[in-house]
Design a protein around this ligand. Structure first.
Ligand code: ASP
Ligand code: MG
Length: 412
């Protein structure tokens, strides 16, 4: 029998009524002849509440107990979903991660999936079970302890099951009806994309379009899992939502697929560091050890053996970065004149696989920003993305200007 994975996010299982509504969709797929694996998140707000309790009881908590606690939200929704399906005469059973088992590393709080043996679920399907409801976000470590996959991890659970059970597709039901060319709250002409390539989605996901956990897109790309993002609040329709798929499956597309942004960035510049072999390692080694997520890096031309080094990181990591640099200076491994932090910047990026074969995207982007009088502070590029750092107060303006310049409201 063909198989389907259906994942329901927190808002789609927020209460018994919503669970019934989601279960009805599952019933429709079962009636079409699918064996379905349903992956559920915790009810919306539940995981935050659990994390809050952990931090209240123990600010420097033991990550193993954090996982034991925060994974529990999904256990509740898995059981409720199985019961709801049974009420509708659909043969269903719930499974916690360890029962499947979903085997992970022991990196508590952000474990990675190692393997999903299919034998247990396969045996139940063979006995006539139509729906396996699996608690998302959780697994079991080699030591036999409960692990979690990081916030938003149920998406990754869903894709991993789709790969392991060779599902025809992995449908991610959420509270938005698909992936947009940019955030519709910023640009009301934002258009829903029918299809988007894995590579583009990865850039958009990690750039702040928080529709899917980045890991889940990486996994889907690696295993060629067709992912569909759709709303559980709209009418059911075979073409609803956005299909995240391989480049070959996209017929028509614009050169630029979308405009992404990260609001709370900081730009840090080390002024006058020695320009010698090993200096970048001496700077970025300590930053990474301090857990600073460095994004863009720009090194200036050197003058008289000294250079300036600029990097960006999330605003809330600035203090950590400053301390790491001050410590490195005190230890003598680096020497700089000053460390200047600009905490009022945002990153705006244009993304599209079409850039590989089209020249002039950068020029068009910079011209559009210039027309609005937006000053660019840092530029970085990759094969399918151009990112700029700008003053945060111009972020919305820049997103709108770029959306217009690349005519993203129209299909290419
Ligand atoms: N409930 C977890 C979270 O809120 C996992 C998920 O929903 O994907 O992060
Ligand atoms: Mg999510």
């Amino acid at each position: 029998m063909p198989r389907l994975v259906m994942k329901f996010g927190g808002t789609s299982v927020a209460n018994p009524d919503r669970i019934r509504r989601a279960a009805k969709r599952v019933g429709v797929e079962v009636a079409k002849g699918y064996e379905v694996i349903v992956i559920v998140s915790a009810m919306s707000g539940k995981t935050n509440e659990l994390v809050g309790w952990v931090e209240d009881v123990s600010p420097l908590y033991d990550a193993r107990e954090y996982d034991a606690i925060v994974s529990s939200g999904e256990n509740v929704t898995a059981g409720l979903m199985a019961l709801t399906l049974q009420q509708m005469d659909v043969p269903a059973r719930s499974w916690q991660g360890w029962q499947v088992p979903l085997l992970t590393t022991d990196a508590h709080g952000s474990a990675r999936i190692e393997e999903i043996p299919t034998a247990n679920l396969d045996a139940k399907f063979a006995e006539g079970m139509k729906v396996a409801v699996v608690a998302g976000f959780q697994g079991i470590s080699p030591e036999g302890r409960i692990t979690t996959l990081g916030r938003g991890g149920s998406d990754t659970t869903a894709v991993a099951f789709a790969a392991a059970f060779e599902a025809e597709r992995c449908d991610i039901y959420t509270d938005v009806d698909g992936v947009y060319t940019t955030d519709p709250r910023i640009e009301d002409k934002a258009r829903k994309l029918d299809r988007i390539a894995f590579e583009e989605m990865l850039e958009l996901a990690s750039l702040g379009a928080k529709v899917l956990q980045t890991r889940s897109v990486e996994l889907a790309m690696r295993y060629g899992v067709k992912l569909r993002v759709l709303s559980s609040f709209e009418e059911m329709d075979d073409n609803a939502g956005t299909l995240v798929c391989a480049e070959e499956d996209i017929v028509e597309s614009n050169v630029v697929a979308g405009v992404a942004f990260v609001r709370d960035e900081a730009k840090m510049t080390l002024i006058s560091v020695a320009d010698r072999p090993g200096i970048a390692a001496a700077i970025f080694g300590p930053l990474s050890e301090a857990g600073v997520n460095v994004d863009m890096i720009v090194q200036n031309i050197s003058e008289e053996g000294r250079t300036d080094m600029t990097f960006s990181c999330p605003v809330n990591e600035v203090a950590r970065a400053e301390k790491a640099m001050a410590d490195a200076k005190a230890s003598g491994s680096i020497n700089y004149h000053d460390l200047v932090a600009d905490t009022d910047v945002a990153k705006v990026s244009v993304v599209g696989i079409g850039m590989r074969s089209h020249a002039g995207v950068a020029a068009k982007m910079f011209t559009a920003l210039q027309a609005e009088g937006v000053n660019i502070k840092v530029i970085t590029t990759s094969e399918i993305k151009i990112s700029v750092l700008i003053d945060r107060k111009y972020m919305e303006l820049a997103v709108q200007a770029l959306h217009d310049a690349f005519e993203l409201d129209k299909v290419g």
